[in-house]
Design a protein around this ligand. Structure first.
Ligand code: 0L1
Ligand code: MG
Length: 260
């Protein structure tokens, strides 16, 4: 794909995020957009944010559950990046900064040493992991009604928007992250629940897949990055006034309120 078109499309998505305005998916105008084109646009978008002075906190995996792939009508996981401005301090989500946010519960990994694919396994990820932390990820597709194809959502940085991190951090030794149960409640009602195994069998497998996907680009996972492994629950739409609670077996609770 032409470099100028890639830049224009990345700028279009950056502007949609800044202006909090939903846009039509790129493939309406560019029906031949490929997954590779999607990542080329994402790379350009990431570059633009870095040039604006934002810092990458870590990569994230998306579309890791069978349910989500089916819900979104796609058939492979994807990755994107979480930036510093996306990490929410405190217990309030500001709706006025966003378009149509949804929340999902995830496990975040913090590595003690770099991991470089290919051929990385979940066991190697666990051996390299310093801590796991619970997370509530806020996804906010810039596309109208969350309607997109795989290249579209890749270009849109995998809908990355905000993240709340829990205050309980634990070493993964002796934890069975695949059996770890999570509930996601809004206004006291459980909206979804799941176990770590919903994330490609085990959240560490997802991080291993990420290391192997990044290796194709000559990139690696770095010590200290906060890596979101993918949704254990489905993504639930948020409204102003919602009181959101994610409960993570053995990893505590994350609460926040959705404000104007
Ligand atoms: O983190 C995720 O799984 C989001 C991936 C993008 C799909 C979506 O916006 O639902
Ligand atoms: Mg996610």
């Amino acid at each position: 794909m032409d470099k100028t078109v890639i830049k224009d499309l990345a700028r279009f998505l950056v502007d949609a995020e800044v202006e909090k305005k939903e846009v039509l998916k790129l493939t309406n105008e560019h029906p031949d957009l490929t997954v590779e084109d999607g990542y080329a646009i994402q790379e350009q978008l990431v570059q633009m944010k870095l040039e604006q002075g934002y810092r990458i906190v870590g990569p994230k995996m998306g579309l890791t559950s069978q349910a989500k792939m089916k819900q979104m009508n796609v058939n492979e996981p994807i990755y994107g990046y979480i930036f510093d401005y996306m990490v929410v301090n405190g217990q309030e989500l500001s709706m006025s900064e966003l378009i149509h946010p949804k929340v999902e519960a995830e496990i975040a990994f913090i590595l003690g040493k770099d991991i470089e694919g290919p051929g990385i396994t979940g066991a190697q990820v666990l051996a390299a992991t310093e801590y796991v932390v619970p997370a509530l990820e806020i996804i906010d597709s810039r596309y109208q009604n969350f309607q997109f194809t795989l290249p579209d959502v890749i270009a849109d940085n995998a809908s990355s928007s905000r993240v709340f991190l829990g205050s309980t951090i634990k070493r993964p030794d002796n934890m069975e992250l695949d059996l770890l149960g999570v509930t996601l409640s809004i206004n006291g009602q459980i909206k979804d629940l799941g176990a770590g195994a919903a994330v490609v069998g085990h959240p560490a497998n997802s991080v291993a897949m990420l290391a192997n996907m990044l290796a194709r680009k000559g990139l690696k996972l770095k010590a200290g990055q906060i890596i979101l492994s993918g949704g254990i629950t489905g993504a639930v739409m948020l409204n102003v006034g919602d009181s959101v609670t994610g409960k993570f077996d053995g990893l505590g609770t994350i609460d926040f309120i959705v404000k104007e």
